[in-house]
Design a binder for this molecule. Structure first.
Ligand SMILES: N[C@@H](CC(=O)c1ccccc1NC=O)C(=O)O
Length: 328
């Protein structure tokens, strides 16, 4: 019997999807593993529960330094195959989210987790498909709202300055969310226009991107992690980041590997820049890593049986251990 128990946290009142499934563990020296599911921003059959199989596999590999698991549900856009009657559907069950609803929900969830468990940057953000898009959007300078830039204290201290970041009178600002040490992107969508173009003959691609972001392709570019360079992109936003793992299955029938190639290319400047380190330690290494990881299995198989998603997460821990950033 395990003493750990899973609980559901609610981070918003607008929609029943604004919840996080959380399993806190006792390990103090560990990292939180935080998952963002896929489903093209709209599939109501894919929720935070899609991490269950992976979590149970990881819980059996008990040697990993894991402080807890969290899997985030977030508001979804409308899906043509799952129509809802606006008259009879309770408003908190209605799925009509539009950007930035999805990313704001993910940020609100991360903020609640930070305020509850105070893990600072000691977490690995894992995203599958559009969940990988969302994971990298949380660290993009222009999408994440410049929170770290506005912050003058030690951005790496868990919870530090959460109350004192913004002193301007008037509306209450969002609280600080410290960025992750590592991101694991699995079957990620990183360039939306390119995804639409590569799959031009299948209208569903254009439809789900428009469903989430509307028809303005300039917005698609502005929120595509592989399209935005410099201070507005990952390079400018993800100062404390150390490791990016880009995983893709050769058997993936829905998201092609050119997405990963674009993301890898766009991370080159980030990888070559020194990371901001937690402590004032002259000797601490500041280097960064970007790793590609080949997986096997169909797009949704990766998470549905959980084996390959678990393997990608274990891979990230081995890299962090190798970099001296995680205990063994
Ligand atoms: N099951 C989804 C399709 C889907 O998830 C998807 C399809 C093509 C490329 C990426 C996808 N998901 C990414 O989050 C749907 O019903 O719309």
């Amino acid at each position: 019997m395990s003493a750990q128990q899973r609980r559901t946290l609610t981070y918003g009142q607008h929609n029943v999807l604004q919840t996080i499934s959380v399993t806190p563990l006792a390990r103090q020296d560990g990292y939180w593993v935080i998952y963002i599911h896929g489903g093209a921003w709209r599939d109501p059959t894919v929720t935070s529960a899609s991490f269950d199989a992976t979590e149970s596999i990881l819980r059996k590999s008990s040697d990993l330094p894991i402080a807890g698991y969290a899997s985030i549900s977030y508001r979804l856009s409308a899906h043509p195959n799952h129509p809802q009657d606006p008259k009879s559907t309770p408003s908190d069950e209605f799925r009509d989210a539009k950007h930035p609803d999805h990313i704001r929900d993910v940020e609100a969830a991360l903020t609640l987790l930070q305020n509850t468990y105070g893990f600072g940057s000691r977490y690995i953000l894992v995203g599958h498909s559009c969940g990988a898009t969302l994971a990298f959007q949380t660290v993009m300078g222009a999408v994440a709202g410049h929170r770290e830039q506005s912050f003058t204290g030690d951005a790496n201290e868990p919870g530090a300055g959460a109350e004192t970041v913004f002193s301007s009178p008037g509306s209450l600002p969002p609280r600080l969310t410290t960025h992750p040490t590592a991101i694991v992107g699995v079957a990620g969508i990183y360039d939306m226009r390119k995804l639409r173009d590569t799959h031009r003959e299948i209208s569903a691609y254009r439809e789900f991107i428009e469903g989430a972001f509307g028809t303005d392709e300039k917005l698609w570019d502005a929120v595509s992690p592989a399209q935005v360079v410099g201070s507005r992109g990952v390079e400018g936003g993800w100062k404390v980041g150390r490791l990016a793992v880009l995983a893709h299955s050769r058997d993936d029938e829905l998201v092609d590997e050119a997405q990963l190639d674009s993301m890898r290319e766009s991370l080159r400047g980030w990888e070559e820049t020194e990371a901001q380190v937690l402590v004032d330690d002259e000797l601490a290494s500041k280097h960064r890593r970007v790793c590609g990881l080949p997986l096997s299995g169909a797009h949704d198989e990766i998470w549905s049986n959980g084996k390959e998603l678990a393997r990608a997460i274990i891979f990230a821990f081995r890299e962090l251990q190798d970099m001296g950033l995680a205990s063994r």
